[in-house]
Design a protein around this ligand. Structure first.
Ligand code: FUB
Length: 340
């Protein structure tokens, strides 16, 4: 099979010999990289992992992050510049703990940093902070986005200028607790035993308001269906949505990608509208070192790149490091599976 953009994407690194892929940042632990091209440069908005000495649990209590840094690069494999702390937990009036995977967007001459955090009652919501520069510092809004919950916001702006937020994550991300429309604390991981043959819990998608600070409509489910048009089931753990949503558009098709969490795949599904439904297509990346896997996909000068993380640097699942490699496609747009 031929790729559209060549096999030797990253200078000196062969797609088929991944051992050479190096962490982009080595002086801090970083994860969940959301990469964007602003003004011809790459900006990365990652989580900043720290050792907070919180014991590991199924709710991700050991991911106890307290601030965000922004990184920039002139090219996907170029020098990485750390722009320092751009938002700190102590400056977010509503937030209690756990600054998880963020994303960023640009509109109206303003840069928006979207981030999940637990409020003071330990319920995840999504906040937004603004800056006139892609490198911050970002000033948080006093309250989370009304109607937001759960984790892992990813904001996609279509060619017509409309922006959409995709978000959600089960287990520690608390998406299952909102299944009935109101917060239900007793659901700790997913819908639980006996629900395996029901449609899996869905990520959410919503159009953003013009000022990018609120939602413009009710939330919708991001439906993922199989090749027969049937919803992916909750028991189908190799394919069902877990967390880490991302959207990109290629050749007029919408590619919704995500992590399967406890089965550790990055997968994708394809659709003809930003709202879906999306048909499951395959695995983008097989399991990396560490429990979590999380990515973003970005076009830089006609080549596509995947930013992701693993835990190779520390050997500890909550102390991760971000990496990049080229994303290769077959002629029909299908994404070639990466063996990390
Ligand atoms: O970084 C904390 C959480 O781990 C993220 O929000 C998830 O996507 C997973 O990567």
């Amino acid at each position: 099979a031929l790729s559209l953009s060549g096999t030797f994407a990253v200078p000196g690194f062969c797609q088929d010999k991944p051992a050479a892929i190096k962490p982009l940042v080595t002086d801090l632990f970083t994860a969940d990289p959301s990469a964007h091209v602003f003004n011809g440069k790459i900006f990365i908005y990652p989580s900043h992992d720290i050792e907070a000495n919180v014991p590991q649990d199924d709710e991700g209590g050991h991911f106890n992050m307290r601030d965000y840094h922004v990184y920039s690069m002139d090219s996907p494999t170029g020098k990485v510049t750390d722009h320092g702390v751009v938002l700190d937990l102590k400056d977010i009036p509503w937030a209690g703990r756990q600054l998880w995977a963020p994303d960023a967007a640009f509109k109206n001459g303003t840069y928006y940093l979207y981030f999940p955090a637990k409020d003071k009652q330990d319920v995840f919501h999504i906040g937004v902070a603004t800056s006139k520069s892609p490198t911050g510092p970002f000033k948080p809004q006093p309250e989370p986005i009304p109607g937001s919950y759960s984790i892992d916001p990813a904001v996609f702006t279509d060619l017509d200028g409309t922006s959409y937020m995709y978000f959600g994550g089960i287990w520690g991300g608390q998406l299952q607790r909102w299944h009935t429309g109101k917060y239900e604390k007793s659901l700790s991981t997913d819908l639980g035993k006996g629900h395996e043959n029901e449609p899996a819990l869905s990520a959410k998608v919503v159009k953003m308001s013009k000022d990018m600070l609120s939602f413009d409509e009710p939330l919708r489910d991001v439906q993922i269906v199989d090749e027969n048009g049937k919803p992916i089931l909750a028991g189908d753990k190799d394919r069902r949505f877990f967390e880490g949503a991302w959207m990109h558009k290629f050749n007029n098709k919408y590619y919704f990608s995500y992590s399967t969490g406890d089965t550790h795949f990055l997968c994708y599904a394809e659709g003809s509208s930003p709202y879906g439904p999306f048909t499951y297509k395959g695995v983008i990346m097989k399991p990396v070192e560490g429990w979590t896997t999380h990515h973003s996909i970005v076009d830089f000068k006609g080549k596509w790149y995947i930013y992701y993380h693993d835990a190779a640097l520390s050997g500890k699942t909550h102390l991760r490091n971000i990496k990049v490699r080229e994303l290769l496609r077959e002629k029909d747009g299908a994404i070639r599976t990466i063996e990390p």
